[in-house]
Write a protein that binds this ligand. Sequence first.
Ligand code: RBF
Length: 355
Amino acid sequence: MKTFITRKLISFSLLLVLVLSSFAVSGCSKKAAKEVSIAVFVPGVIAGSPTYEMLAAGSVEAVEEYNKRTNQNVKIDVIEAGTNQAEWSSKLTAVTAGHKYSLIVSSNSSLPAIIEPLTEQFPEQKYLVLDAYLENNRNVATVNYNQREQGYLTGYAAGLATTADPSVFPYANSAKKIALVAAQEYPVMNEIILPAFEEGAKAADSGVSVEFRIVGNWYDASKSADIARSLYEEGVDVILPISGGANQGVISAAQSLNFYVTWFDNNGYDKAPGLVISSMALEQKKLAKEMVSAYLEDKLEFGNAKTVGIKDGYITFVKDDPVYRQNIPAAFIDQLSAVEADIKAGKLKLPAANK
Ligand code: RBF
């Protein structure tokens, strides 16, 4: 009887050891072989938002090239979080808590505040955020653009156009009024982009004044068209739209009323040839591709916040476009190129205040 109980106890403890060790082994091997897979978390929708389009395209390209080169099968999913910003935090929490992705890639300056609490809750999750700034979090890498340079050059273009002689820009009036139509207010908009737009415009001509209007979201093109129309009636003849899908409303108002548009983030010349007078592009596709490739090769440093700009080639004045060259006066393009060259050469210093 005693031996029977002892034998049973022994076999039970053996089973226990086996079960426990198998847990340990599976836990270990799972960790060691934690699969590399990537999610692109789009805070908004891709359609109409060049920065998000470039983010997804660059990340996907990096994975495809890596898979081809190494004969691997790294997975990448693009997840659109939608336009309701109140849901972004819970959606990102769900994506993180699913433990499906070793890296979550995203873009925009509001993401670090959403990610920071998650890195405490899920210390194994890594994040890469472009167009954002966060220092000293060992699970997060960020790359920020010097949008003071981007805003300044755009303002300079608008300032030159609004003060131009009608023989150069036929739709320029004498009011010296320009405007920025933003989707919403946010620290980078209020503290960097808008002031830099004004700084650049006033550098071109100190008599220029800047209007600032808010659409209220990143998609309502009929609202932005109404705003653009009323600005035009107040004497504004150059508008910078930064409102994602709603930018189209400013373009259609420009086409029906005849005023000028300065474009942000990518090449916008095709949208309204002859009316879009500048495009200050972010090389976000290139940056996303480089950073995701670095991650796949285990070379991405987390805990780091980088800032890039004109000098590094991640912000560019797009000028080698035939539509642009055919429709916009060469002297204006040259003047703007000279300012860009001054920034590149360090003659004009516009350091970024990181937000
Ligand atoms: N840019 C877009 O093109 N589309 C968007 O839907 C969009 N949503 C944003 C939401 C928030 C909360 C913030 C802070 C920025 C957003 N951006 C969006 C702006 C983008 O990050 C960047 O500031 C501008 O495109 C100017 O480069």
